[in-house]
Design a protein around this ligand. Structure first.
Ligand SMILES: [Zn+2]
Length: 115
């Protein structure tokens, strides 16, 4: 009799916990679906930080610098992996040529990356 009661108790407890797990799983899946929908709604991209640089014209500004430097500064912010076109060769940094007084400013920009 005592054994019967124990077995019934165990069965009930087992049933209850089994039901509980299923309910938690269903809730979890529902929450994940909601989260996925939310992420989709807020956009399918994130921001990445890209290192950039730009050529800052030296003494004289536009009128005091050669066309290579003016063209390079007109590019604005470019990838730090990109190069500036100098009269002799492409360069990563200032100076672009002999007597060039320009400098390179480094920064970073946020870029949208679509997933
Ligand atoms: Zn220059």
């Amino acid at each position: 009799m005592a054994a019967d009661a124990d077995r019934r108790g165990a069965t009930l407890a087992g049933d209850r916990s089994g039901y509980g797990d299923a309910a938690v799983s269903a809730q979890l899946i529902e929450a994940l679906i909601d989260l996925a929908a939310l992420l989709e709604k807020t956009g399918e991209y994130y921001y990445d930080i890209v290192p950039v640089k730009r050529l800052v014209l030296g003494d004289g500004g536009r009128s005091g610098n050669c066309e290579y430097c003016i063209e390079a500064s007109d590019l604005g912010w470019i990838d730090q992996d990109d190069v500036f076109e100098g009269p002799d060769e492409d360069v990563d940094e200032a100076p672009l040529h002999f007597n060039c007084t320009c400098s390179v400013e480094f920064g970073e920009k946020r870029k949208r990356v679509y997933v």
